[in-house]
Design a protein around this ligand. Structure first.
Ligand SMILES: CC(C)(COP(=O)(O)OP(=O)(O)OC[C@H]1O[C@@H](n2cnc3c(N)ncnc32)[C@H](O)[C@@H]1OP(=O)(O)O)[C@@H](O)C(=O)NCCC(=O)NCCS
Length: 176
């Protein structure tokens, strides 16, 4: 069995994370809203500050999956999508390194994140956006209970094609 571990992202991971993101951004049809690595706007210092702030906030989460050599093979973030009125909501972003896809890493990270959301009394809603031409991601999200809420048609243009973005969410039955 192939082995990996999940843990909270640490500020020292910033450089390795940038190296992780580049090849995924450069993949054709990568499923994310980056057409190539030159669209990555993070600096190492900026990413380090973001990770520090995620570690300190009750309503922010960042985790990575690591293989046995210590390389990052998956990355997931949960962050509120806006200021005050959005603080009960977290928006999820998730990627898995190409050679590790379809091996359960994305599901393991999502399980970790949703366990954290479910046990976090400040969170009422978890949401994400996914391109409608990404059936694997949609399958994983529906497996974990995300409901399809609506489609923004032709919102993104990549490789000569207009793409539709599906909005999905989970709402917890609790007052906050
Ligand atoms: C989407 C992503 C995060 C999922 O992570 P992963 O580690 O590959 O997913 P898992 O191995 O945990 O699960 C994959 C599931 O999708 C299923 N699947 C694979 N291809 C599929 C397809 N074309 N249609 C439907 N289901 C598919 C697998 O059978 C598996 O199902 P199961 O959990 O019921 O057995 C990962 O593939 C990825 O990073 N893709 C590229 C970037 C991306 O799309 N990010 C998400 C942007 S919203």
């Amino acid at each position: 069995m192939t082995e990996y571990t999940l843990r909270l992202t640490q500020p020292e991971d910033a450089s390795a994370l940038l190296e992780y993101m580049g090849p995924i951004a450069d993949e054709p049809n990568n499923g994310i809203s980056l057409a190539s690595s030159d669209e990555i706007t993070y600096t190492e210092e900026g990413l380090r500050k973001q990770i520090e702030s995620q570690l300190q906030a009750d309503n922010r989460l960042s985790i990575i999956a690591i293989d046995q050599e210590g390389s990052i093979i998956g990355y997931l973030n949960c962050d509120p999508p806006g200021p005050r009125g959005y603080l009960h909501t977290v928006s999820v972003g998730i990627t898995v390194r190409r050679d590790w896809r379809d091996k359960g890493v994305g599901s393991a990270m999502m399980r970790y994140a949703l366990d954290w959301c479910e046990s976090n009394a400040t969170i009422k809603r978890v949401e994400l956006d996914v391109f409608t031409n990404n059936p694997r991601a949609i399958h994983v999200y529906e497996k974990f209970g995300f409901i399809q809420e609506g489609v923004r048609r032709s919102v993104y243009y990549k490789h000569g094609e207009f793409l539709d973005l599906l909005h999905m969410g989970i709402v917890y039955e609790r007052d906050i």
